[in-house]
Design a protein around this ligand. Structure first.
Ligand code: AKG
Length: 287
């Protein structure tokens, strides 16, 4: 890994290609779990031309959408559940006129607004992309998606439809250095203003950072930690396919069925003390 550093963290740039064929992608990125930006993967998607804030407001404005704020990752009632249900029209207004942290995420267009699926063209650089889970992410300028990895250990192809985002990535194995909260797929480190006193192991991390431009696709390998900052109001689509390895599949199954159920149960039984315990474990200066 290069020793290119930003904000005193070891962050290398992500490789960027215009296009890539299946063989080269598999050999150099997919199998070795290395992130990549593919500039033209979504070039032919109707969504790139069609999906503007006005399009959503005019065509789907009456649709009710779930929106989330920072309480999603705090102990208590809002933990891992939705903040509120509002009309798409009102949400678009918020996105285009304010900079509050209010995001739509994991919004499955296949089940919520199936007509949108026709505007997305499935790329052929990998097999097994899910046709059932096509997730949309929307957010105001300034929104932050905290550091996490996808619980099912899927590979993710994240395409920015409009709006720029800056993304910081770390391999799965860096979880300890990211002060991962036990029994979760989350870390609460601030990778833009790192606090090495609070998070000393952050000094030992080696990751990647990239700013994703509209139209570009970021490949996030299975298990990779990712943290998003919305530099502009943004809309994106994530396509996903399962981990190819037994280890990844088993890890995904454990995370979904055992780890997450236990975390939610404990949050229900004793929200603050469970959260505080996880925090104490995460903040231990050495493991
Ligand atoms: O766009 C975001 O806010 C987060 C995206 C994400 O976590 C994903 O695509 O898996």
């Amino acid at each position: 890994m290069s020793d290119f550093s930003q904000n005193s963290l070891e962050l290398a740039p992500v490789d960027i290609v215009k296009t890539i064929n299946k063989k080269d992608f598999s050999g150099s990125y997919f199998t070795s779990l290395k992130p990549l930006v593919i500039q033209d993967l979504a070039k032919s998607w109707p969504a790139l031309k069609k999906w503007t804030p006005d399009f959503f407001k005019n065509q789907h404005g009456s649709q009710q959408v779930k929106v989330y704020d920072g309480s999603f990752v705090e102990a208590g009632k809002g933990y891992m559940s939705n903040a509120k249900l509002i009309s798409f029209k009102d949400y678009i207004k918020t996105v285009t006129t304010s900079s509050q942290d209010l995001r739509m995420f994991l919004y499955n267009i296949k089940s919520e607004i199936p007509a949108l699926v026709d505007d997305v063209i499935f790329p052929s650089i990998v097999d097994g992309l899910s046709k059932q889970f096509i997730f949309m992410f929307f957010g105001c300028k300034g929104s932050v998606t905290q550091m996490h990895f996808d619980i099912d250990m899927s590979h993710v192809f994240h395409t920015a439809i409009f709006g720029r985002k800056t993304i910081t990535l770390y391999p799965f194995e860096q979880g300890n250095n990211l002060h991962r909260y036990p029994f979760t797929c989350r870390s609460y480190v601030n990778v833009h203003q790192p606090d090495f006193k609070l998070h000393p192991r952050l000094k030992d991390t080696q990751g990647f950072r990239v700013t994703l431009e509209p139209g570009e696709t970021l490949y996030i390998p299975s298990g990779y930690w990712h943290h998003f900052v919305y530099d502009e109001a943004s809309c994106a689509i994530s396509l996903r396919c399962p981990s190819q390895t037994w280890q990844g599949k088993l890890q995904g199954f454990y995370n979904l069925i055992i780890m997450s159920s236990l975390d939610r149960l404990m949050n229900k039984l004793s929200p603050q003390s469970w959260f505080d315990w996880k925090k104490r474990q995460a903040l231990k200066s050495s493991l």
